[in-house]
Ligand binder design. Structure first.
Ligand SMILES: Nc1nc2c(c(=O)[nH]1)N[C@H]1C(S)=C(S)[C@@H](COP(=O)(O)OP(=O)(O)OC[C@H]3O[C@@H](n4cnc5c(N)ncnc54)[C@H](O)[C@@H]3O)O[C@H]1N2
Ligand code: MOO
Length: 401
């Protein structure tokens, strides 16, 4: 079977992937969620002409020239407006956010006022009409579309929705990714290991990648290398309502690589398996009704690189988001040899110098080496059959952090 090019694999994986439903959530729980519909203002803000400063509401005609003496006839704190009318040579003590009293058309800030005692004040700076007043609807008016569908609810968006008087918002459901590790050799972190055993590490990074694009994660633990054991966890994932079933390992051609048989046995139709990519060649993708199955390769670096390139865009799309890889132009910090037919994602340290970014590949690129992946902040992307390149040659880097 010919190896599938990376771009084609991504296209096939994302084909038909859209938002996985909507739900109403309380605004306090809506941070980082994606709007399933626009937010429309249910009120006007400010709902009245409001003072923007602490001071005195007055008539501009009275405070246009100095000296100006006014008598204070009342008070207007925020939340309790003054009922009367400000007449000639009168003022109302006012505080930020309070409604402008009738008759007044300017606010003299209190720094520009001297208290004369007995309810009299002297204004020390001329103040023009409209000063320090927030006009009704300055921020928004009832019926305005304030936030578009698809908007991520960041801090400003959340406060705006609240101000528009929405206690709940309709957001896209977070897709559920069920993760199944496979392998007789695997035990969870913190275990006493036997001589042939290692720690199961992939699920942790894969779960974090899924969560970083808003997905929920169901960690189903580790299945032994037996078809029934894997099938039991796949059934659990289906019962839990997983949108994506992510398997770890068992995707290549070894006698114990059972994932393909188990998933097809549970009703998966295979879409592709084996990519022209390094690391990540054994990546598998198929569909089981509405559930998407992503079989990640077992080698830890392959598993995480495939999460970055395929799982994150898929889960983002199912959650109503767009995920763009951060690919930048750089120069090679060391020579690289010619590439073969697999698109290569080469672990590298990317630094900035006076002329831009310099990406220096690590000398060893074994896809079991997690420490090197953690040390890398970028992946140099080498196209299939890229010719040898000298240090200083231009390259593309996918930034990881
Ligand atoms: N004859 C061939 N052999 C292999 C091929 C191939 O094309 N022909 N592909 C190689 C490549 S590339 C990769 S990547 C691996 C991936 O194979 P599997 O997906 O079947 O993974 P396993 O065999 O189950 O495991 C490989 C390796 O990774 C370790 N592993 C697995 N799961 C985890 C986990 N959750 N946490 C940590 N480490 C894990 C496992 O112990 C193995 O060392 O196959 C090559 N072979
Ligand atoms: O996914 Mo494998 O590296 O290509 O180790």
């Amino acid at each position: 079977m010919a190896l599938v090019p990376v771009a084609e694999a991504l296209e096939r994986l994302l084909d038909g992937a859209g938002s996985s439903g909507r739900e109403s959530v309380a605004l306090m729980d809506a941070a980082d969620r994606v709007l399933a519909e626009p937010v429309v203002a249910l009120r006007t803000q400010p709902p009245f002409n409001a003072s923007a400063m602490d001071g005195y509401a007055a008539r501009a005609a009275d405070v246009a020239s100095m000296p100006a003496r006014l008598s204070v006839i009342g008070m207007a704190p925020a939340g309790r407006g003054f009922d009367g009318v400000v007449g000639k040579a009168q003022a109302v003590r006012i505080f930020t956010g309070a409604p402008l009293p009738e008759g007044a058309d300017t606010i003299v800030i209190q720094e520009n006022v001297r208290d004369l005692g007995g309810g009299g004040i002297e204004v020390t700076e001329p103040t023009a009409e409209g000063r320090n007043i927030r006009r009704i609807g300055l921020d928004f008016s009832k019926g305005d579309i304030l936030l578009e569908k698809g908007r991520l609810l960041d801090p400003a968006a959340l406060s705006l929705a609240a101000s528009a008087n929405h206690p709940y918002v309709n957001v896209v459901k977070r897709p559920l990714a069920a993760i199944i590790a496979t392998g007789d050799e695997l035990l969870p972190p913190g275990s006493e290991l036997g001589p042939d055993q290692i720690i199961s590490s992939n699920a942790y990074g894969v779960a974090a990648a899924a969560q970083s694009v808003g997905a929920r994660v169901l960690d189903l633990g580790i299945a032994a290398d037996r078809k029934e054991a894997i099938a039991a966890l796949v059934k659990k994932a289906v019962e839990a309502g997983a949108d994506v079933i992510v398997t770890l390992g068992g995707a290549s051609v070894g006698d114990h690589d059972l994932i393909h048989d188990v998933l097809t046995g549970e009703g998966m139709t295979l879409d592709f398996w084996k990519l022209a990519m390094r690391p990540g060649k054994p990546l598998m993708f198929g569909r089981m009704g509405n559930i998407r199955c992503v079989g990640l390769p077992g080698n830890p670096v392959a598993s995480l690189v495939c999460s970055q390139l395929f799982l994150k865009p898929l889960l983002a799309r199912l959650g109503g988001r767009d995920h763009r890889q951060d690919v930048r132009e750089a120069r090679l910090g060391a020579a690289m040899s010619a590439n073969d037919l697999r698109q290569d994602y080469v672990r590298a340290v990317v630094k900035e110098d006076a002329d831009g970014l310099v990406a220096t590949p690590f000398g060893i690129q074994d896809s079991s080496m997690l420490r090197m992946l953690a040390d890398a902040n970028g992946l140099i992307v080498r196209a299939p059959f890229a010719p040898a390149a000298a240090a200083g040659a231009p390259c593309s880097v996918l930034m990881l952090r």
